[in-house]
Design a protein around this ligand. Structure first.
Ligand SMILES: [Zn+2]
Length: 154
């Protein structure tokens, strides 16, 4: 433990030499979702259209090695079924597309926490949930274990 601490401290003060390994470690621990404003607005509009039912969309984007996931596209899933307490689609009907990295769906209620069913039907790397009244502030992102991932809209 002492040696690890000493090593990290040295790296922190060494601006050039160990910069690369230092950044890698920091970023790995800091997973982050970047949602383009256009995508966020699309999710909001779609959710309002479906209200008081749930709406669901497929997220398109790229996952970087440093833990950052950038979402810049939305796809309306084929054969989507939706209701006040459930939204889903058969994932085996989806064409194989590596740009599909997760889903976004709306909760007509006030909670944007994932339900047990949401976690059981997890698709891809990230699940974005937006709750009523469907604003930037009510958008949240989760991994497949239901852990919150920090989200930036830009
Ligand atoms: Zn849900």
């Amino acid at each position: 433990m002492f040696f690890n601490f000493l090593k990290n401290k040295k790296e922190a003060f060494n601006a050039n030499g160990n910069e690369k390994s230092k950044n890698k470690k920091v970023e790995y621990n800091k997973r982050q979702i970047i949602l383009t404003k256009q995508s966020a607005d699309g999710i909001i509009t779609y959710s309002k259209t479906w209200h008081p039912h749930e709406g669901i969309l497929i997220l398109q984007g790229k996952s970087k090695k440093n833990g950052e996931i950038r979402i810049d596209g939305l796809v309306v899933p084929p054969f989507a079924s939706s209701g006040p307490y459930y939204s889903g689609f058969p994932t085996n009907e989806l064409p194989m597309d590596l740009s599909y990295i997760g889903t976004a769906h709306s909760h007509p209620g006030r909670s944007n926490r994932p339900s047990l069913q949401d976690l059981n039907n997890f698709f891809g790397l990230v699940s974005i949930i937006i709750s009523y009244p469907y604003e930037y502030d009510t958008i949240a992102a989760y991994d497949r274990n239901g852990n919150n991932i920090s989200l930036i809209i830009e």
